[in-house]
Write a protein that binds this ligand. Structure first.
Ligand code: PEP
Ligand code: MG
Length: 311
């Protein structure tokens, strides 16, 4: 009957509206790769590696202690491959490890983790990576291996940088393990007001892209703990101060020919999507279940802007 006929016409992958702004998807566990790819997203805007590593049950440093770094690298290569295969040749932006110390503490080797009053303001992301170059280089080895295997759709993204120096130090380590930073696509997250205000230097450090990690950028700009229910009603990604930092960053990046994207939760919010498209962001990455709506919202805004420009 008619319903069956409509069902048969429906393609496996939804028809995606053509937009100038790319719409990507966030992936936090490799097993979601197939579902994420089926959204028709233009790529993965954020692939988190924390699950791949934490599920091994050991801290990264414990692998070095145990002389089993091969296992660590292999878990990363396998986890990323699952997603990179599913999306190939669409790009997959892989963020280097960013777990706060309290998440490592329950793992084997976790007793050596520092006890911090404010783990989210503490030893995590690029800070930890630069402080433990031996461990970080094993992580970077996984990227090099992926490139050697032909995964030229893998991109590398640095979390929680504050300035050009963080980026340049990481870049040096990438080069030390044999990653050609001129050939590969890599970039930095903009998650702190300092990073947003230092974006000229970050752009000049050679990044191909920056990506707004609004989950953190909002908490650090407004000084509101993203995990504290008591102040949750004041946690507002659309706060003018946050929007100013974003708009300014996009403008500077445009001048430097650096792509801009968002991979925080706010990228799934239609109001933020409208703002970002109006500001001229290059790509938006949304949660799996929000991709479709974001694609259509982007299309609507682009059409409106086009009409306004010819009137
Ligand atoms: C963010 O801060 O917006 C982000 C994407 O990173 P995470 O949520 O993992 O801190
Ligand atoms: Mg973050």
């Amino acid at each position: 009957d008619e319903e069956d006929a409509v069902e048969q016409m429906r393609p496996d992958t939804p028809v995606k509206p053509m937009t100038a702004t790319e719409v990507k998807v966030n992936v936090s566990i490799s097993s979601a790769a197939e579902r994420a790819a089926a959204t028709g997203a233009d790529g993965v805007g954020l692939l988190r590696v924390e699950h791949m590593i934490l599920s091994l049950g050991k801290t990264p440093e414990q692998f070095i202690e145990d002389n089993s770094t091969g296992e660590y690298i292999e878990a990363l290569v396998d986890g990323v491959r699952t997603v990179a295969d599913e999306f190939y040749p669409r790009p997959v932006r892989v963020r280097t490890l960013d777990a706060p110390t309290d998440e490592f503490r329950q793992l084997e080797g976790g007793e050596s983790e520092p006890v911090e009053h404010n783990p989210m303001l503490g030893y995590r992301g690029i800070r930890r990576s630069l402080d433990t170059p031996e461990t970080f280089k094993h992580e970077l080895d996984a990227f090099r291996k992926l490139y050697e295997l032909g995964y030229d759709n893998v991109e590398l993204m640095l979390p929680l940088v504050n300035d050009a120096e963080d980026v340049l130090r990481a870049k040096r380590l990438m080069e030390e393990v044999g990653i050609d930073t001129n050939k590969r696509t890599w970039g930095a997250m903009i998650e702190t007001p300092a990073a947003a205000l230092s974006v000229e230097g970050i752009a000049e450090a050679g990044v191909d892209f920056v990506s707004f990690g609004t989950n953190d950028l909002v908490q650090y700009t407004l000084a509101i703990d993203r995990n504290n229910e008591r102040v949750a009603d004041r946690y507002d990604a659309m706060h003018p101060a946050v929007l100013d930092l974003i708009a300014r960053t996009i403008e500077v990046c445009r001048e430097h020919d650096v792509d801009t994207s968002i991979c925080g939760q706010a990228g799934s919010d239609p109001e933020m999507v409208r703002y970002l498209v109006e500001e001229g962001i290059t790509s938006i990455s949304a949660n799996i279940d929000a991709v479709r709506d974001v694609q259509h919202e982007v299309k609507r805004v682009e059409q409106r802007l086009l009409l306004e420009s010819v009137r």
